[in-house]
Design a protein around this ligand. Sequence first.
Ligand code: CO
Length: 134
Amino acid sequence: MLGRLNHVAIAVPDLAKGIEVYRTMLGARVSEPQAVPAHGVTVVFVELPNTKIELLEPLGEDSPIRRFLEKNPAGGMHHVCYEVEDIFAARERLKAEGAKVLGSGEPKIGAHGKPVLFLHPKDFCGTLVELEQA
Ligand code: CO
């Protein structure tokens, strides 16, 4: 069911500092910041040859990464995103396996303009998992 690793997301308290780290210290190509109000984040993409790193900064008071940053004030790895061919088929399979799909359970359009779902960390080795339809 799983395809490529689409991205690893890192929550940061200060996006400008995160951009500086990846662009200047690590010499990576970093996109311009993009606000994604539906997900409560501002995001940049760090382009690597084989995948992407997303740096996420909270956007709005009820941003889903605000609590994470309270627990991890320096920032930290927030989720991994795997590609699937059919997000509805993936959801049905995981629900049948007893996994918890977060939110309404309906795919939302993610930062790449493609449908995504999030899966509860307790079912996936303690890691928040995002599925994106490739
Ligand atoms: Co993501």
